[in-house]
Design a protein around this ligand. Structure first.
Ligand code: PBG
Length: 330
């Protein structure tokens, strides 16, 4: 009680503040989301995500080596596939020579210590831009899970360390675990996007992959029948607990910033590492405001990353990974 206790004594100088600081962010906390394009020597800017590019595999590999040298130990991989390869089954997703499978192999060959976590979802391969197979105007759960099993095994065969299902179908973690195990990939882990909300924060990502749900009266116009309602809290815990029971090694909450209450509650409910995805729209907001001089870019970046970790994240998927790692190395 005051005057015996004075909280400000522990804030007097940077030295004492650094001694009692509870949360320290390091590059090893980060996963870097990367967009892969077909071709070679391709580097395409994504207008709504300044500083982020879609790169062909050769340039991606160069970038991965740089990331590793900066202390980053994991990449999340997303591919932009040609329109002619899209259909309603997503079968290109498990083509052993597909863009994703080639990218995984090339990265693991060039930088074996980098943890490669490909995205497992059908949307980049779907003519409809949905994460599932569509029948009678609905997203079909169980046939989609069958597709995700094949996709996951093909990622493991290409050398993935983890697969990261981001689709929100029921039961997919269990079925993917079983498929990996029966194919001999018992060491390949699963980072499940467990509490993934139907969020408008994914807009720039869908620009990057051209993967937004198409405008067609026959099919759902949004992802609300599988991604979660952002008004809900208990549902997130339920989903995370299901995924742990089904064999997830890491559970994820997504988006980040506006969902840190969920991060803390999931963290308190499970005994596996919790990942947080600071998504494209969150990145775009910081870039846009700092381009206008309205926010201090680097300070906002570090404050957000630190607060995400403080909320309970053991690892953070963030488009800021490289910039933050460079800043931390200074
Ligand atoms: C697709 C997927 C999405 C993101 C990651 N995987 C988009 C979506 O669900 O529509 C979003 C990532 C971001 O916004 O940065 N399954």
């Amino acid at each position: 009680m005051f005057p015996l206790e004075r909280g400000r004594r522990l804030r007097v100088s940077e030295s004492i503040r650094s001694l009692v600081r509870e949360t320290i962010v390091t590059p090893a906390d980060f996963m870097f989301p990367m967009f892969i394009a077909e071709g070679s020597n391709v580097e395409e800017a994504i207008p709504s995500m300044p500083g982020i590019y879609r790169r062909s595999i050769d340039l991606t590999v160069k970038e991965v080596k740089e990331l590793y040298a900066l202390g980053i130990r994991a990449v999340n991989i997303y591919v932009k596939v040609g329109e002619h390869l899209k259909d309603n089954t997503g079968k290109e997703a498990w083509n052993p020579n597909g863009l994703m499978q080639q990218a995984i192999k090339a990265i693991k060959d060039a930088c074996p210590e980098m943890i490669v976590m490909p995205d497992v979802a059908l949307d980049p391969y779907s003519i409809y831009g949905h994460d599932g197979i569509i029948g009678k105007g609905k997203i079909l759960n169980d046939p989609t899970v069958e597709a995700l099993m094949q996709m996951s095994v093909s990622h493991a065969a290409a050398g993935a360390d983890f697969v990261a299902p981001s689709d929100m179908m029921d039961g997919r973690v269990l079925r993917i675990r079983q498929a990996l195990d029966t194919s001999g990939y018992t060491d390949v882990g699963i980072m499940s996007y467990s509490a993934k909300y139907a969020s408008a924060f994914y807009g720039p990502f869908r620009d990057a992959l051209d993967s937004a749900p198409v405008d067609n009266a026959e099919i759902p116009k949004d992802k609300k029948t599988y991604q979660m309602d952002y008004a809900n809290r208990l549902e997130a815990i339920k989903e995370a607990l299901y995924d742990v029971e089904e064999g997830a090694d890491i559970v994820m909450v997504k988006p980040g910033m506006a969902y840190l209450d969920i991060v803390r509650e999931v963290k308190d409910a499970v005994h596996v590492p919790v990942a947080v995805f600071q998504v494209s729209g969150e990145y775009a907001m910081v870039k846009a405001a700092s381009e206008r001089g309205w926010l201090d870019h680097d300070k906002i970046m570090m404050e957000q990353l630190t607060c995400i970790k403080r909320a309970g994240a053991s690892l953070i998927s963030t488009y800021f990974a490289k910039e933050a790692a460079i800043l931390l190395s200074k």
